[in-house]
Design a protein around this ligand. Structure first.
Ligand code: NDP
Length: 265
């Protein structure tokens, strides 16, 4: 792995809000839209430079990058498929070279390919596991390695309440999201002694394009079971992520925290 962690400091000092403290940089995967977009905007508003990646170039990705830039921080948005280890390494090395060391990682990229188990194509299983679980592992390995060398860094991995309760037609998705929890708890133990924290956020159903994959009658039934009587908004998830990556959560690691309107009650 290349030794490219020390980016030019001049790039890191361009009058961002983060300059008031030590410079902070976050990598958000799946940052083009939905929950990832909200996380990128929330952390940018708090002064983080944002490295955002997504699967394919789109108007949404460009619009989100512009929104982040308008908050007065650096935004480096790029196409990078998290399933591709080499591409992830290249993206991270390039970002650190341009902006300086990444200080926080939010693994948010994810997909669904729902279907009843007997009809679920093998490809749907592979796609979901490869993206949600293996893809997250690729990014964790690449970035946490750097955190370990610097003895600091925080990581938040986005799972789902489906990992905890299961859901019909989502066996592949549930398996990937449950895998994220086991992986994150193991990593949290492994890196804690080096000043690095890893936590998991498990959102309930949240109003994004992904929600459209759930048939309306099913959604209506789910809504009835949410004590706070609404679906989550991407901003609800972003609030918790911003807390977990910050020093306010300095003594929290290896946790799985739900953002589900009380659905678990
Ligand atoms: P969206 O479908 O709105 O956005 C997903 C983002 O992930 C997109 O930017 C997409 O890129 C990116 N992405 C997908 N595959 C890859 C890949 N291989 N490499 C890089 N980026 C990729 O999803 P949400 O915002 O709803 O979901 C975000 C996360 O939250 C996911 O992990 C999801 O499982 C989880 N979650 C969502 C819930 C919900 O109800 N919405 C509930 C619980 C958890 P592109 O824009 O190029 O397509």
């Amino acid at each position: 792995m290349s030794n490219d962690i020390a980016g030019p400091e001049s790039h890191a000092a361009h009058g961002t809000k983060g300059d008031q403290e030590s410079p902070r940089r976050v990598l958000v995967t799946g940052a083009a839209r939905g929950i990832g977009r909200s996380i990128a905007l929330k952390l940018a508003a708090e002064g983080y430079d944002v490295i955002g990646c997504y699967r394919s170039e789109s108007k949404e990705a460009r619009a989100t990058q512009e929104e982040v830039e308008n908050l007065g921080v650096h935004a480096l948005f790029t196409e990078c498929d998290v399933r591709d280890r080499d591409a992830v390494e290249e993206m991270v090395a390039h970002a650190e070279n341009e902006l300086g060391p990444i200080t926080a990682l939010v693994n948010n990229a994810g997909i669904t390919r729902n279907g009843p188990m007997p009809l679920l194509a093998g490809q749907s299983w592979d796609d979901v596991i490869d993206t949600n679980l293996t893809g997250m592992w690729n990014v964790c390995q690449t970035v946490l390695y750097r955190f370990l060398r610097r003895k600091s860094g925080t990581c938040v991995n986005i799972s789902s309440i489906v990992a905890l309760s299961g859901f019909v037609t989502m066996s592949n998705y549930a398996a990937s999201k449950a895998g994220i929890i086991g992986m994150s708890k193991s990593l949290a133990r492994e890196v804690a002694g080096h000043g690095v924290r890893v936590n998991v956020v498990a959102p309930g159903i949240t109003e994004t394009q992904m929600m459209e994959d759930i048939p309306v009658p099913m959604r209506e039934k789910m809504l009835e079971r949410i004590p706070l009587k609404r679906f989550g908004r991407p901003e609800d998830v972003a609030e918790l992520v911003s807390y977990l990556v910050s020093d306010r959560a300095a003594y929290i690691t290896g946790q799985v925290i739900r953002v589900d309107g009380g659905a678990a009650l």
